[in-house]
Design a protein around this ligand. Structure first.
Ligand code: ACO
Length: 307
């Protein structure tokens, strides 16, 4: 759905949306699609790309704020659709930081030997929780899914330059939960509710928190800013991405931006952007890639990865 199409439904314009956010279009799930079907499609694509069979997956961690049902976890529906029942499968709720949280949880489970091969998925149908009459939120979000395959460290993939997650840091500040939230839920209103947001406040917190966690990971991993080949950020707003990169002295050329074509797909945005930059040849095996995200809660985090 382009900005022009959106402007037919709500009092906004392509000029306003593009100038304030960098968004030009977003994808909206069709009537037969759900978070589980999008997640399953992404999982199949990731398995094919990794060249591994679904039967070898013994862990599925699915990040979403828009599950198919209150329970069971959408991850279990994906597990069944992939035909790999029996392993671990659960959802992670950290909204736009969900993929970073899911990645860290899966990495920890692999490193402790609880599982051998994981699918980490970020999948959302935010279009279902938008108030399509609220122009301050409905222009910002889109639907989508992305996935990665992770493997436990082994003799074959060990060593200093081996692929893997080098360092992750996660944070939450529950005192800010009412700046970005959904005004419904099973335990409160017994309705699904809609996204509500105090945009300018979210913007300010996003830049400060993201810059801080990126500094933390850079310092804890013992790398220099210049050693980072690519930054794959959560895609909320082009201005947040620019301001964060500037604060850290990261060249804008190293920042993967897909917010123009996907809008904010919450937990799906980081794996979607990673996929785009791998497919167009920017991100290659051996590259040092920083992932980062911030979302409702607030929650935020970053992971440094060797591809
Ligand atoms: N179309 C036209 N006008 C609009 C629209 C719209 N879609 N939305 C708001 N406006 C108007 C407002 O009513 C206001 O008008 P007024 O001055 O007459 O009162 C004017 O535009 C400015 O509104 P602001 O909210 O001050 O605009 P701002 O420049 O802060 O941009 C935005 C708003 C884009 C939401 C920005 O604050 C932002 O990006 N915040 C971060 C929010 C975010 O990314 N959330 C996603 C989840 S969290 C995350 O992923 C990091």
């Amino acid at each position: 759905m382009t900005n022009a199409e959106l402007a037919e439904r709500v009092d906004t314009s392509d000029e306003w949306i593009t100038a304030r956010t960098g968004i030009r279009q977003r994808h909206v799930a069709g009537p037969d699609e759900t978070t589980a079907t999008l997640a399953t499609a992404a999982a199949h694509a990731a398995l094919a790309d990794a060249g591994v069979d679904a039967s070898s997956i013994d862990l599925i961690v699915l990040a979403t704020a828009t599950p198919d049902n209150t329970f069971p976890a959408t991850a279990t529906k994906v597990q069944d659709a992939l035909g790999c029942n029996g392993g671990i499968a659960f959802d992670v709720a950290a909204v736009c930081s969900g993929f970073l949280y899911a990645l860290s949880v899966a990495d920890s489970l692999l490193k402790t030997g609880m599982a051998k091969r994981a699918l980490v998925i970020g999948a959302e149908t935010f279009s279902r929780i938008l108030d399509w009459e609220d122009r301050t939120t409905c222009v910002l979000f889109g639907d989508g899914a992305g996935a990665v395959v992770l493997e436990a460290p082994s003799a074959e993939n060990a060593g200093k330059d081996a692929p893997g997650i080098l360092c992750s840091r996660l944070h939450a500040d529950g005192a800010q939960h009412d700046l970005l939230y959904v005004d419904g839920g099973p335990s409160t209103t017994q309705t699904v509710g809609h996204v509500r947001m105090r945009g300018p406040e979210v913007f300010r917190h996003a830049v400060v928190n993201l810059a801080a966690v990126l500094r933390e990971v850079i310092e804890d991993a013992g790398v220099s800013v210049d050693a980072i080949d690519w930054v794959v950020p959560h895609q909320a707003n082009a201005r947040i991405l620019d301001a964060t990169a500037k604060k850290l002295g990261i060249s804008p050329d190293k920042v993967v931006i897909t917010v123009d074509r996907h809008a904010n797909t919450s937990a799906a945005s980081v794996p979607l952007a990673l996929d785009v930059a791998r497919k167009d040849g920017r991100i290659k095996a051996g590259d040092l890639v920083m992932l980062e995200a911030m979302g409702g809660g607030f929650t935020w985090g970053a992971s440094l990865i060797r591809m």
